[in-house]
Design a protein around this ligand. Structure first.
Ligand code: NAD
Ligand code: TYD
Length: 351
C-alpha cells in the first residue's frame, strides 16, 4: 500500500512525511512543485530511503496526477499543497486562486477518475484527505465560543477565501459523486521547518540577527497555536478513522495574543542564547497592521477527541521550547531558506 501526499516539501507536509515514515513502513509518493515554500532540505534524512518517492510537479497538472495515480495505486491522497501565507495573498491573490482552488479541483477530478475504476474493496478503502485551516470560519469576538465544525464559513482574506472554496469543492465531490473524503481544519501550527515568513520563525530569526521584531497593529490578535507533530497525529487519526464526508477541527486549546508569543520567544532566547546587547524584547517594533486582519481564532477540538481519541501531546511551553531549540541548532537550514526570493519578500513586506 502507498499514500500520495501533495505539498510534502512544505512546513506541515514535510513534518507529516517524516512522522509517517517513523511510525509506518507504508511508502509515500510526495508531489510538490517546490515553490519558494517547498524545500527538499526538510527531507534530507529520507534521501536514500526507498519508502519515499519525491516527484517535482504541479497539482494543476492533470496528466501528471493521472499518471501518478495509475503508477502508484495509492490507497489515500493527503492534500497539503497550497499557497499558505496571508500577507502574500494580500499582495498577490492570483497564485492562491490557482493552486488552492484550481489545484484542489484538479486533484478531485483525477482522484474521482481513479477511484471510480478501482475494484470494490480498494474503492471502499480509498480516502481523499483535504488539509485545511480554521481561517475559513472568519474572526471571533472576545466572548465568542471557539470554532466548531458547524460554524458558518466567513473567510476574510484572499488566502482563507481560497481555502474555503477548496473545502466546498471537496464537500461537493463527496455529496455529488460519492468520493470518500475527509477534511481537517486546523489552527496555527508551529515547529521545525516553519518558513521564516510566518510569525514564530520570523521572530526567532530576526531576533538572532538583531533585527526589529515587527508586531502588526496592537499585537492583541489571538491565534490558537498547535505544535506541528500534534497536527500530523490528528491527520493520521482522521485518515484512519474519520467518518466519510465529515470535517474535523484540530487545535491546541492554546489561545495566545501575538505580543505574548513574541515576548515568550524573546524570553527563551534570553535564556538559551543571551545577547550581550540586552534582552531581545528591546527589538519589538509595532508596525502598520495587516489589512482585514482577523482578530481572533480559536478551535473547539472536542469532536476529534470524542470520536477518535486525539489530543495534543505537547503543551505550548514544551512545544515552543523545542521550536526555539530547533532553530538554534539548525542555523544552516535557516540560511539556506533565506534565499534571494526570501529577501525580496522581506523587502516588499516590511520596508
Ligand atoms: P507551506 O507554504 O509551508 O507549504 C506548501 C507546500 O505546497 C510547499 O512545499 C509548496 O512547494 C507546495 N506547493 C505550492 N503550490 C503547489 C502546486 N501548485 N503544486 C504542488 N505543490 C505546491 O504550507 P504549510 O504551512 O505546510 O501548510 C500546508 C497545508 O496546511 C496548507 O493546505 C495550509 O492551508 C494548511 N494549514 C496550514 C496551517 C499553518 O499554520 N501553517 C494551519 C492550518 C492549515
Ligand atoms: P502568520 O504566522 O502569518 O499566520 P496567520 O496570519 O495565518 O494566522 O501570523 C500569525 C499572527 O501574527 C497574525 O495575527 C499576524 C501576526 N504577525 C505579526 O504581527 N507580524 C509579522 O511579521 C507576521 C508575519 C505576523
Amino acid at each position: 500500500m502507498t499514500i500520495l501526499v501533495t505539498g510534502g516539501a512544505g512546513f506541515i507536509g514535510s513534518n507529516f512525511v517524516l512522522d509517517w515514515l517513523k511510525t509506518s513502513d507504508e511508502p509515500v509518493v510526495n508531489l510538490d512543485a517546490l515553490t519558494y515554500a517547498g524545500n527538499l532540505e526538510n527531507l534530507a534524512s529520507l534521501q536514500h530511503d526507498p519508502r519515499h518517492v519525491f516527484v517535482k510537479g504541479d497539482i494543476c497538472d492533470r496528466a501528471l496526477i493521472d499518471q501518478l495515480l495509475a503508477t502508484h495505486q495509492p490507497r489515500a491522497l493527503v492534500h497539503f499543497a497550497a499557497e499558505s501565507h496571508v500577507d502574500r495573498s494580500i499582495h498577490g491573490p492570483g497564485a492562491f486562486m490557482r493552486t488552492n482552488i484550481e489545484g484542489t479541483f484538479t486533484l478531485l477530478e483525477a482522484a474521482r477518475g481513479y477511484w471510480s475504476a478501482l475494484p470494490a474493496e480498494a474503492k471502499a478503502a480509498f480516502r481523499f484527505h483535504h488539509v485545511s485551516t480554521d481561517e475559513v470560519y472568519g474572526s471571533l469576538k472576545p466572548s465568542d465560543p471557539p470554532f466548531a465544525e458547524s460554524n458558518p464559513y466567513e473567510p476574510n482574506s484572499p488566502y482563507s477565501a481560497s481555502k474555503a472554496a477548496s473545502d466546498h469543492l471537496v464537500r461537493a465531490w463527496h455529496h455529488t459523486y460519492g468520493l470518500p473524503v475527509v477534511t481537517t481544519n486546523c489552527s496555527n501550527n508551529y515547529g521545525p521547518y516553519h518558513f521564516p515568513e510566518k510569525l514564530i520563525p520570523l521572530m526567532i530569526v530576526n531576533a538572532l540577527a538583531g533585527k526589529p521584531l515587527p508586531v502588526y497593529g496592537d499585537g492583541q490578535q489571538i491565534r490558537d497555536w498547535l505544535y506541528v507533530t500534534d497536527h500530523c497525529a490528528g491527520i493520521r487519526a482522521v485518515l484512519a478513522g474519520g467518518r466519510l464526508g465529515e470535517t474535523y477541527n484540530i487545535g491546541g486549546w492554546n489561545e495566545k495574543a501575538n505580543i505574548d508569543i513574541v515576548k515568550t520567544v524573546c524570553a527563551l532566547l534570553d535564556e538559551l542564547r543571551p545577547d550581550p546587547a540586552g534582552p531581545y524584547s528591546r527589538l519589538i517594533t509595532y508596525v502598520t497592521d495587516r489589512p482585514g486582519h482577523d482578530r481572533r481564532y480559536a478551535i473547539d477540538a472536542r469532536k476529534i477527541e470524542r470520536e477518535l481519541g486525539w489530543r495534543p501531546a505537547e503543551t505550548f511551553d514544551t512545544g515552543i521550547r523545542k521550536t526555539v531549540q530547533w532553530y538554534l541548532a539548525n542555523a544552516d537550514w535557516v540560511s539556506q531558506v533565506q534565499s534571494g526570493a526570501y529577501r525580496d519578500w522581506v523587502a516588499k513586506q516590511y520596508d
